[in-house]
Design a protein around this ligand. Structure first.
Ligand code: PMP
Length: 755
């Protein structure tokens, strides 16, 4: 206090009694002998620019809402609005504002809540025009960045609370990508129960602009709601009143309403996480923890409410219509039964109705986010804004076919080839992985003048007639009738776990490679080519041991055949170490087939080959695919490559994937049923067995785990010829928190289901 007294005297020529004020800031009440009262604020981390911003905000609000009591800055004796303490900290003297803070005013009435909502809406309008470079600052309470505190969850001892906090951060994080598209402007940023002053009904004052920053406007509302709900016996009803008051004055957009509940939970999460952190710094500082108890209580009460139910209740006092979610899942199943091919299958015991996707999440019709751990198609994240914008822009400008010249096709071909070894220099563009594999077969057959193909046991390459013929996954699987075509020769899968040769070393790879030589010899027919995924997806997430492709392809080439690498599932940086999975082994394929992730969900695919092979194909018959390589597809493909590069997703796949694999290996130590953990980057597999020695496949158990995980909010699938491999191939944007949550949920699922 001595320093405060000195500062007061030197800068403001004032003396009096000083009392520390409650709250987390260094605020001191100054009572002078002649009965005047002030608040001295010393702000160690505040810059002169920050204060200019605060003053601009206060001035704008004062102009718009003249009846409101706002902080009034007392100038120093030399006329400055800021004083500087001996330590160089900014300080301000404010007129003391008399009034009842929201938190001290008892249970709020509906009318008071409406008045608060109206004020917040008025503030949005008043602050909208405030422009200052410091508005783009951030700080620990920046709600749009609540996820920055996610790691603090580890500080919570109680498992129930830790789970709730983890869920709250997870919900916030799933919805956070939607914030970027919402109306933004300067907000107060901390209109909490101490900073709002109430009169008989109306709000009469707003204090402490120290946290103002540019944010989506809806964050202001969510922050205040988190306190209103903490302080009320009827949290949803009073929140609904605030929202009604707000909406009357500033109509909320549907998209704003959708994020309100996740934002409220986000704010509560930041409050309790901050308290947990501060407890480690100074547990005796009571002012830091005033909201801790009510915030926890509210968070625990809200955490199991579905976002759709919450949103409905929050909007109960408005005319806002809850998001249209259409017919129920059961109704959709009924229409599918009547109108669609019965061979279409649905995932999970309780199929999901999905209404939107963003980043690594899919959202069901109840607003619940599901972490997508299996959709390798939406490679750079569901509905990535850059990809969406590229498609929309191009669709609005031109879409035509490859019989015309346009930049998109040639630019994309150049860009794609630049990701490949030099010999792979000629592109064909089509619309699906199947179409691309069909074309690859034609290329191999035309170039060699032969028909016979080698395929890997358990492999899947597409749904056309010729591809079913080279897909043992299909012809040997349910409904299949075995190998029907004598031009197809099946080689064993190079599976060092379950196959004839065990191990992950080069010697094992070479032995499996020699199996290809054996099958060629046994076939006794000229070979057009060998088609294989670089890592086997449907075959059960198998990583062929090193040396495998070098030896296998040596045999194929010696027999005059070509090597087709199917990168439909595994390409575009997923393996982490390289852009293409085949690059993990030393062979450059003759033909590379790309699909799924190439357009992030837009239907496109490509075949890239060597010039000589493409030349053989150019035998006079025109090649034309109506949609292949159209400008929209090329623009989208280009945007996908942009994002992989700009977001460093290949390296990210390596980092996050290694972390994931390590975590799965730890699980394998605890759960006997995990026979094998394998994969590279973000292409992982967990093979379940009921007997580790006999490798007895645990097919039903794998299905149960996947269904249990779906109930917990995680989307996985099973695959492999025995159906006992849990497949992991998420959008490449999942982060470590997602992985850690997945591992915890898997641990629980294994424990509860299989113990
Ligand atoms: N090759 C592989 C390895 C695949 O996984 C798939 C699809 N699952 C295809 C080809 C066929 O691709 P599409 O479904 O786009 O025709």
């Amino acid at each position: 206090m001595e320093a405060h007294a000195r500062l007061l005297l030197e800068a403001f020529d004032l003396a009096g009694e000083l009392t520390k004020l409650p709250g987390e800031n260094d605020n001191v009440l100054v009572e002078t002998d002649d009965g005047r009262r002030f608040v001295l604020k010393v702000m160690p981390s505040t810059t002169a620019g920050d204060l200019e911003l605060e003053h601009a905000a206060i001035a704008a609000l004062a102009a718009a809402e003249p009846s409101l009591t706002l902080p009034t800055v007392v100038p120093t004796t030399s006329g400055d609005l800021v004083a500087w303490s001996a330590e160089g900290h900014a300080a301000q003297l404010l007129e003391f504002v008399d009034g009842t803070p929201w938190g001290d005013a008892g249970e709020p009435s509906s009318a008071r809540c409406r008045s608060l909502g109206s004020l917040l809406a008025g503030m949005a309008a008043a602050l909208q025009g405030v422009d200052h470079p410091n508005a783009t600052r951030t700080h620990r309470w920046d709600l749009a960045r609540a996820a920055q505190h996610r790691a603090l969850t580890a500080l919570i001892d109680s498992p129930a609370r830790r789970r709730a906090l983890d869920e709250a951060f997870a919900l916030f994080t799933a919805y956070a990508p939607f914030l970027a598209g919402l109306p933004q402007g300067l907000i107060h940023g901390d209109a909490n129960d101490e900073n709002i002053l109430v009169g008989a009904v109306d709000i009469v004052g707003v204090l402490d602009f120290g946290d103002c920053l540019r944010n989506p406007f809806v964050c202001e509302l969510a922050i205040t709601l988190s306190y209103v709900m903490q302080r009320s016996a009827a949290p949803f009803e009073r929140a609904a009143d605030v929202i009604a008051g707000y909406h009357e004055r500033r109509a909320l957009l549907r998209d704003e309403v959708d994020v309100l509940f996740p934002l409220i939970l986000g704010r509560l999460a930041v409050t309790v996480a901050t308290c947990a952190e501060r407890r480690t710094l100074d547990a005796s500082r009571a002012s830091w923890f005033v909201s801790e108890k009510p915030a926890w209580e509210l968070l625990l009460a809200l955490i199991d409410v579905s976002p759709a139910d919450a949103t409905e209740r929050l909007c109960a006092a408005t005319d806002i219509v809850p998001a249209k979610t259409g017919p129920s899942p059961d109704a959709l199943r009924e229409v599918r039964r009547r109108r669609l091919n019965p061979a279409l299958s649905l995932a999970y015991d309780e199929p999901l109705k999905i209404v939107r996707g963003r980043g690594a999440h899919l959202f069901d019709h109840r607003g619940r986010p599901f972490l997508d751990l299996v959709n390798n198609v939406c490679h750079v994240g569901h509905c990535h804004p850059h990809v969406v914008a590229a498609g929309q822009l191009q669709m609005a400008q031109l879409n035509t076919n490859s019989r015309y010249l346009y930049d998109q096709l040639t630019d994309y071909a150049e860009r794609l080839c630049a990701t490949l070894p030099d010999e792979l220099d000629t592109c064909f563009f089509v619309n699906s992985g199947s179409e691309a594999n069909e074309l690859a077969l034609r290329l191999a057959k035309t170039h060699t003048g032969r028909d016979d193909m080698l395929v890997v046991d358990g492999a899947y390459h597409g749904h056309t007639s010729a591809l079913i013929a080279i897909s043992p996954y299909k012809f040997m699987g349910r409904g299949g009738s075995g190998r029907a075509d004598d031009w197809v020769h099946v080689v064993p899968v190079a599976d060092g776990y379950r196959g004839a040769f065990k191990g992950a070393d080069e010697a094992t790879g070479v032995r499996y490679g020699d199996e290809v030589g054996r099958v060629i010899a046994e076939a006794g027919r000229p070979i057009a080519g060998f088609i294989s995924e670089s890592l086997l997806g449907c075959g059960g997430q198998v990583v062929p041991p090193p040396g495998y492709f070098a030896r296998a392809v040596e045999h194929v080439r010696a027999a005059g055949g070509l090597f087709i690498a199917d990168e439909v599932q595994v390409g575009f940086g997923r393996v982490g170490t390289h852009m293409w999975a085949f690059e993990q082994q030393t062979v450059v394929p003759d033909i590379v087939v790309m699909g799924k992730p190439i357009g992030n969900g837009h239907p496109m695919a490509a075949v890239v080959t060597r010039r000589a092979i493409a030349d053989s194909f150019d035998n006079g018959m025109e090649f034309f695919a109506t949609f292949g390589g159209n400008p929209v597809s090329c623009a989208i493909g280009m945007a996908v490559l942009d994002v992989i590069e700009s977001e460093g997703l290949q390296q990210h796949a390596l980092d996050v994937g290694s972390h994931f694999k390590h975590g799965l290996e730890q699980l394998a130590k605890r759960h006997e049923i995990i026979g094998d953990v394998r994969g590279v980057g973000l292409f992982l597999g967990v093979e379940l067995v009921t007997d580790r020695a006999a490798l007895t496949p645990a097919r039903e158990e794998a299905t149960s785990v996947v269904n249990a995980m779906r109930q917990r909010g995680f989307l996985l699938s099973t695959d492999g010829p025995l159906g006992n491999v849990i497949k992991i191939k998420p959008p490449m944007v999942i982060d470590r928190h997602d992985v850690d949550r997945t591992l915890r949920a898997l641990d629980e699922a294994f424990r509860t289901l299989l113990s």
